[in-house]
Design a protein around this ligand. Structure first.
Ligand code: HEC
Ligand code: HEC
Ligand code: HEC
Length: 359
């Protein structure tokens, strides 16, 4: 293969080429890496947002590339400003055949604008077309749920008066929103008690082997979120069930993992991680999360669970339960759903159960 003079030259001048080759390889590699670092800078730059007092190390760190990429479904949002009613404008009750009773007082122009937009937001082209379709029954409840959210939970969904929620916050153009959850426990039928709800990696435990029943215990059943306290096990009364055990702590951590993933943040977005138990060191976001727990419990118990009889079997989970709402259903992995966009100024019909006020 190689020219003859080369083979001859090698045979006449035997040399250990391995030593120098390794040296050249190491030095050359180091020079290359150094050159790349100098020319590229930090290949995956990060940015940190401080969430607590200086010196406590409380900051949420994200890759700049992720932080700069907006939620793609939020970018696809569409809205239509209201038509300010004039005296004598016909109402849907008389102007629209088979108008949805809940919306019959709207003017025809605003009724059509709202129904048309709800069809786009939910991806259901014949939404509210007829009583015989279960989706009409669900949609009616959904309108009331959205009004309730904006009216009674504005402390969470609209604390500064410039956000709020509408159908698109959850649905994003799909009949079944992403980020819903179902009951998955027991994860093991071979055992009972705690062993039956954990040690299997499931989506509701955030792909860990922590308890898989955290969402159903805390976002449906209102069980107290608690970790074992600083008392010794002897001083605690673990037998009468009044003191939280380390298993309650594990379930709490399962929920907390879910919070992190649902919002795309880390623990110090809400806590000072050196003192999780000390409420006075928590951030204002902690209080918003606290409010959200009660809000989500209400959404599930008052709106979703009663739809069990209404939804067709293919919409139900393995245990015959309805799809349930969690933080992820609105947040979709982002700190503020829809990037904190104003979702209700154009839609006074969904802002409250009272007659809409148009300006
Ligand atoms: C807080 C989140 C949330 C909001 C806001 C919301 N929905 Fe829903 N919606 C859900 C969930 C969860 C389901 C259950 C999915 C299913 O039916 O399996 C659902 C189901 C539905 C369904 C039944 C879909 C099907 O094919 O089974 C309709 C229709 C619907 N929503 C309409 C609306 C309308 C209209 C609005 C706005 C007025 C709205 N939703 C607002 C979460 C929401
Ligand atoms: C979005 C805000 C938020 C994030 C992020 C968050 N938490 Fe929490 N955490 C809360 C709230 C709210 C409570 C209190 C719930 C209640 O008592 O009703 C809580 C409670 C706790 C408790 C129980 C405290 C006690 O005194 O019993 C622990 C421990 C905890 N969180 C740890 C964590 C860890 C670890 C992480 C990160 C994996 C985390 N949290 C992320 C909001 C958050
Ligand atoms: C019905 C939809 C919805 C659900 C469900 C929901 N949120 Fe929110 N959340 C919002 C909206 C909307 C905002 C933004 C308000 C704004 O722009 O100021 C928000 C804001 C927050 C913030 C403040 C973010 C910031 O940057 O200040 C926290 C923390 C939060 N939510 C935690 C939670 C947790 C934890 C859950 C689940 C227990 C949850 N949310 C469930 C709609 C929702």
């Amino acid at each position: 293969m190689l020219p003859k003079w080369y083979d001859r030259w090698i045979a006449e001048n035997p040399k250990d080429i391995y030593g120098p080759a390794i040296l050249i390889g190491v030095v050359g590699g180091a020079v290359l890496v150094a050159a790349l670092l100098v020319t590229w800078g930090r290949p995956l730059p990060v940015e940190a947002v401080q969430t607590g007092p200086r010196g406590t190390g409380m900051s949420v760190t994200k890759f700049v590339a992720d932080a700069a990429t907006p939620d793609p479904t939020a970018a696809a949002y569409s809205t239509v400003p209201p038509v300010v009613p004039q005296i004598g404008d016909p109402r849907a009750a008389t102007g629209v055949p088979n108008a949805e009773p809940l919306l019959a007082d709207l003017t025809v122009a605003n009724y059509e604008r709202l129904v048309n937009q709800m069809r786009i937001w939910t991806g259901i082209p014949d939404l509210l077309a007829g009583e015989e379709n279960y989706q009409t029954v669900v949609a009616r409840r959904m309108i009331q749920m959205t009004q309730n959210l904006n009216e009674n939970w504005s402390g969470h969904v609209n604390p500064n008066g410039n956000a709020g929620v509408n159908c698109y916050t959850c649905h994003r153009g799909q009949p079944v929103p992403s980020g819903v959850w179902f009951k998955v426990t027991p994860v093991s039928n071979a055992t009972a008690g705690w062993a039956a709800v954990q040690n299997r990696v499931t989506p509701v435990s955030g792909s860990t082997s922590l308890p898989s029943d955290a969402l159903e215990k805390y976002l449906l059943e209102a069980e107290v979120i608690a970790v074992h306290d600083l008392e010794s096990r002897v001083a605690q009364n673990v037998t009468d069930g009044s003191s939280p055990t380390w298993q309650n702590a594990e379930r709490t951590f399962s929920l907390m993992n879910y919070f992190d993933n649902a919002l795309g943040v880390n623990c110090v977005f809400c806590h000072n991680s050196r003192a999780f138990y000390d409420v006075s060191q928590n951030t204002p976001q902690w209080a918003l999360a606290q409010l959200a727990i009660g809000m989500v419990q209400e959404l599930n118990n008052d709106y979703m669970v009663p739809l069990t009889e209404v939804l067709p079997p293919e919409r139900l989970g393995a245990q015959g339960d309805v799809p349930k709402i969690g933080c992820l259903t609105c947040h979709k992995g982002y700190q503020k759903p829809m990037g904190g966009m104003d979702m209700i100024s154009d839609w006074p019909e969904l802002a409250s159960s009272a007659p809409p006020v148009y300006q």
